[in-house]
Design a protein around this ligand. Structure first.
Ligand code: MG
Length: 376
């Protein structure tokens, strides 16, 4: 069979809270309409017709150039029905499939089944069984109905082109409107067979729908720092002052653990490092409390729409013994990130007296973190 496909692209972003057509919304590197169009770039599709509003025409035209398929952009009407009727005048294949632009997750098997059913029965509508219990409203309450008699209606809906054209012409004469094309067909032409849809063939309607479909962007960052030990300085690690004969030397309080944590977070954000953010030539950071600097880094993380997934840090120190202080460091970091302490791991190791750490000349820390960001 050969079919033309109509994808009504009218719509606004009002129910998704967008200031633009929701079909241009980003689903993690691909727009809603691009994903929908991809599903119909098949050999049995002759051309795709996109009825849309005047203000969106240019953008749909630009998008259509990226597809190896004849895509025709036409002017839509005031209602979905009018848009479909206008688009039908451009259809000349034996069949026409009508599909919601906001159902980008339609699978090839759903399309296959709708096309096959239309070929054998004349008209097909993709449906899924209702899985919730169903009740019918009555004057004085409600009554349970047998849900096995009911289906939820999806798209594509596929018809013989001449028949659906006739149905829409008669509907226009009568002023009859419906929420889908199968209803118009049924009123003026005849029965519509059900083809098996798929629960994943969901329609994006609300802001919550859109955000549920947007994939998460997973990011990893690494941080590493070393400071020298000297007498007459406080030893502060993870915001905890640890009793010791020496402390770490630096422009700030030299909290080597927090510095590694900040660099890991900045790395995951693609914001380079703390040297760039808090230059040690700036007197503002002399003796600075690194936990306060971490707050600034966490603000940037929040501004970038990211949240901490987890963080794993290792402190390398020959002395003093750090294990009694580790729970307090982890708790400080968890509090700063406003997260559960189970997402923060701080470990400590000696270097078996090897190297500068082993000679107690300095302390190093390394940190890896993962962040999650919602795309779009
Ligand atoms: Mg440092």
């Amino acid at each position: 069979m050969k079919a033309d496909v109509i994808i009504p692209c009218g719509g606004s972003g009002s129910r998704t809270g967008l200031s633009y057509n929701k079909l241009f919304a980003d689903l993690g590197g691909v727009k809603v309409i691009e994903k929908t169009l991809s599903a119909f770039c098949r050999d049995d599709v002759a051309k795709i017709i996109l009825p849309c509003s005047e203000k969106d025409e240019k953008q749909f035209e630009e998008i259509s150039l990226n597809f190896d398929k004849n895509i025709v952009i036409v002017r839509g009407g005031a209602t979905r029905g009018e848009s479909v009727k206008n688009a039908l005048t451009f259809c000349d294949a034996e069949f026409v499939a009508i599909h919601d632009g906001a159902r980008p997750f339609v699978s090839q098997s759903v399309v296959d089944r709708a096309f096959q059913t239309a070929e054998s029965c004349g008209a097909a509508v993709a449906c899924i069984p209702v899985t919730d219990s169903v009740r019918k409203k009555e004057k004085d309450g409600s009554v349970a109905v047998d849900r096995s008699d009911y289906y939820s209606v999806q798209t594509p809906q596929v018809f013989k082109t001449e028949e659906i054209k006739r149905a829409y012409a008669l509907a226009e004469k009568d002023g009859f409107t419906a929420t889908d094309d199968a209803t118009v067909y049924e009123k003026y032409v005849g029965k519509v067979a059900i083809s098996e849809g798929d629960p994943s063939n969901k329609k994006i309607t609300t802001a919550a729908d859109l955000s549920a479909f947007v994939p998460e962007d997973f990011r990893v960052g690494a941080g590493w720092d070393t400071h020298a030990l000297a007498e007459g300085r406080k030893l502060i690690l993870g915001g905890v002052e640890i009793p010791h004969t020496k402390g770490l030397v630096g422009h700030s309080d030299a909290d080597v653990l927090v510095h590694a944590v900040m660099d890991a977070v900045l790395g995951a954000l693609g914001r380079r490092d703390i040297g760039k953010l808090f230059p040690d030539t700036d007197p503002a950071y002399k003796g600075a409390d690194s936990m306060k600097l971490l707050e600034r880094v966490i603000s940037l993380m929040n501004e970038d729409g990211c949240r901490l997934n987890n963080l794993s840090a290792v402190i390398m120190a020959q002395k003093p013994r750090l294990s009694p202080h580790i729970p307090a460091m982890a708790a400080n970091l968890a509090k700063a990130f406003a997260t559960d302490v189970s997402r923060i791991n701080v470990a400590a190791t000696t270097t078996e007296k090897l190297g500068m750490v082993g000679r107690e000349e300095g302390i190093s820390a390394i940190c890896y973190c993962s962040l999650v960001r919602k795309n779009g």
